[in-house]
Design a protein around this ligand. Structure first.
Ligand SMILES: Cc1cc2nc3c(=O)[nH]c(=O)nc-3n(C[C@H](O)[C@H](O)[C@H](O)COP(=O)(O)OP(=O)(O)OC[C@H]3O[C@@H](n4cnc5c(N)ncnc54)[C@H](O)[C@@H]3O)c2cc1C
Length: 449
C-alpha cells in the first residue's frame, strides 16, 4: 500500500528535517538520482533526494525514450560501450514491465550508411547483444519514397522516461527514503568529512540546513555548477548539447514500426518513433551553454521536418502537435557533440561524488556503481546484485489526477500534464480540456501552488 506522498506530507517532512544528518544526500531527481535513491532505499541506508524542480523536470523528460545499445556508437568504434548498453537493454527488456521492445526499419538510400556497413553493423549489434542474427534486406515495395531502395529491421527498447524516474522515486519513498521536489540546494559547505547543505523550499521560500556524510551530485546538466557551489573545480571538459523532438499524430505518416533515415543535410540519423498516440521525431544535437535554456528553435524544427519530408513529403501537410527539448550533459573532448562519448564518468571531491554524463539506458549500471562507492565510504559490506530492482510497485496502468496529487506528489498542473500523465506530449489535442480537470482536482484537494 502506498503512503501518502503529497504537497502536505512533503511540507511536514521538510519542516521536520532541519538540522538532520543523513548518510547520503542525492542532488537531482532525474533518472540517475532516482535510480540511486531507489537502490539505497532497498538497502535501508538513510538517504534523501532533492530536486530544484519536479522529479524528472530536467533532461530525463526530454529524451527519445529509447533503451538502446546505440547503433551509431559502433560506427564510432565504441564497441565496448555498445555492448554494455545492450546488456542493460536486454536486462531491462527481460526484467522490467515498463520497458518494451520496439522495431525499427533502417532505411537505405544514398544518404544512409552504405548497405554493407548496415549489414555488418547490425550483425555486430546482434552479436554484442548476445544473439546471432543475419540482417535481412527488405526491398522497398512502395512503402517509402522511391529514393529509398529498401530497409533492414532490428529492435531496441522503449520506455516512458519521466514515468521511469517517478516509479523509482515513489518506490524509494515508500521504502522510507526522503524525496523532495521543488527543494533546491543553494549552498554547500564542506566541514571536514561532512557536507552541510542549505536547501530552499521553492514553494514556500523557507530555507533549511541538513548535513550528509556522502553527497551524490546527480544534477545532470547542472552538475558542474554543483561542484563549483561546493568550492571545487572540475578536472576535465563538461559540455552541454541540446536536442529537440517534434510530435505528430500517430496517423500522420504511414508507418507502424520506428523508422531511421539518413539526413541529406548533415549525414546524421533522424528517428521517427511511434509512441502511444503519437510519432516522436528527433533529434538535434547542438552545443549550448545554459542548462536552463530549453527553448525549441524554429531552425531545429525545420531541420527535422526537412529530413522527414524527403522520405515522407506528407509531413509538410500534417500538423505539428507539440515539441520538447532536453539538454545532454557530456563529459569529454570532442569538436562536435556527436564526437563526445555518451558514457558516464564519476569524479570525487571530498564528500561529493559527481556523476557526469550517461544515458537513461545505463541508469541501473551507474546507480549500482555509485551505491558501491557509497557502501565503501560508509564501511558497509552489502551484496549489490540486482540493486536497484527494476520492477516497480508504483507502476500501474490507471491513476486518477487525485491519486497523482495524493500519492505521487504532483504539486503543479505541469507535474501531471507534462510528466505524470504526459498529455502535453502524448495527447496534445486534449490538453486544454485536461488542464481544466487537473486544476479542479488540485482545487478539490486544496493544493494551490
Ligand atoms: C534529446 C535527447 C535525447 C536523448 N535520448 C536518449 C535515449 O533515447 N535513451 C537514453 O538512454 N538516453 C537518452 N538521452 C540521454 C538521457 O536523457 C540523459 O543522459 C539523462 O536523462 C540524464 O539524467 P540525469 O539524471 O543525469 O539528469 P537530469 O534528468 O537533468 O536530472 C538532473 C536533475 O537535477 C536537478 N538539479 C539541478 N541542480 C539542482 C540543485 N542545485 N538542487 C536540486 N536539484 C537540482 C534538476 O532539476 C534535474 O531534475 C537523451 C538526451 C537528450 C538531450
Amino acid at each position: 500500500m502506498s503512503k501518502e506522498f503529497s504537497y502536505w506530507t512533503r511540507n511536514n517532512l521538510i519542516d521536520s528535517i532541519d538540522g538532520d544528518i543523513f548518510d547520503v544526500l542525492v542532488i537531482g531527481g532525474g533518472i540517475v538520482g532516482a535510480g540511486i535513491i531507489k537502490g539505497l532505499s532497498e538497502l535501508g541506508i538513510k538517504a534523501m533526494l532533492t530536486d530544484k524542480g519536479d522529479f524528472a523536470s530536467g533532461t530525463s523528460s526530454g529524451s527519445s525514450k529509447l533503451i538502446h545499445g546505440g547503433l551509431r556508437y559502433l560506427q564510432q568504434g565504441r564497441l565496448g560501450y555498445s555492448r554494455t548498453l545492450l546488456k542493460e537493454r536486454n536486462y531491462l527488456l527481460k526484467n522490467s514491465s515498463v520497458v518494451q521492445k520496439i522495431w525499427f526499419n533502417l532505411l537505405v538510400d544514398k544518404y544512409s550508411w552504405k548497405k554493407w556497413e548496415i549489414r555488418t553493423g547490425l550483425f555486430l549489434y546482434s552479436l554484442l547483444g548476445g544473439e546471432i542474427t543475419i540482417p535481412k534486406f527488405y526491398k522497398n515495395k512502395g512503402e517509402y519514397h522511391n529514393s529509398i531502395t529498401g530497409y533492414f529491421k532490428f529492435y531496441d527498447g522503449q520506455t516512458d522516461d519521466s514515468r521511469l524516474v517517478l516509479y523509482n522515486v515513489i518506490d524509494a519513498y515508500n521504502n522510507g527514503a526522503y524525496c523532495f521536489n521543488y527543494l533546491s540546494v543553494i549552498a554547500i559547505t564542506i566541514k571536514g568529512q561532512i557536507a552541510e547543505l542549505t536547501l530552499k523550499d521553492e514553494l514556500r521560500g523557507k530555507v533549511i540546513k541538513v548535513s550528509a556524510k556522502v553527497v551524490i551530485n546527480a544534477a545532470g546538466p547542472w552538475s558542474e555548477r554543483v561542484i563549483k557551489m561546493a568550492g571545487y573545480e572540475l578536472n576535465g571538459k563538461f559540455r552541454l548539447s541540446k536536442g529537440i523532438h517534434i510530435i505528430y499524430d500517430r496517423n500522420a505518416l504511414p508507418i507502424t514500426d520506428g523508422v531511421i533515415l539518413g539526413s541529406h543535410l548533415d549525414n546524421r540519423q533522424v528517428l521517427i518513433i511511434p509512441w502511444k498516440n503519437v510519432l516522436v521525431i528527433g533529434t538535434t544535437d547542438r552545443f549550448v551553454d545554459d542548462p536552463d535554456d530549453t527553448s525549441v528553435k524554429q531552425e531545429d524544427i525545420n531541420y527535422l521536418i526537412e529530413n522527414v519530408a524527403r522520405v515522407f513529403p506528407d509531413i509538410k501537410r500534417a500538423k505539428m502537435l507539440a515539441s520538447y527539448s532536453g539538454i545532454r550533459p557530456l563529459f569529454g573532448e570532442g569538436s562536435s557533440p556527436t564526437k563526445i562519448s555518451r558514457d558516464f564518468s564519476l569524479t570525487e571531491n571530498g564528500p561529493i561524488i559527481s556523476v557526469l554524463g550517461g544515458k537513461i539506458s545505463d541508469y541501473r549500471r551507474v546507480s549500482k556503481r555509485v551505491i558501491g562507492m557509497i557502501c565503501a565510504r560508509l564501511s558497509l559490506k552489502i551484496n549489490l546484485k540486482d540493486v536497484p530492482k527494476v520492477n516497480f510497485a508504483s507502476a500501474m496502468s490507471k491513476r486518477t489526477y487525485e491519486y497523482m496529487i495524493r500519492f505521487e506528489c504532483a504539486i503543479k498542473p505541469e507535474d501531471i500534464l507534462r510528466r505524470r500523465e504526459g498529455t502535453e506530449i502524448y495527447d496534445p489535442e486534449s490538453l486544454e480540456a485536461k488542464r481544466k480537470e487537473v486544476l479542479a482536482a488540485f482545487k478539490k484537494l486544496n493544493v494551490n501552488t
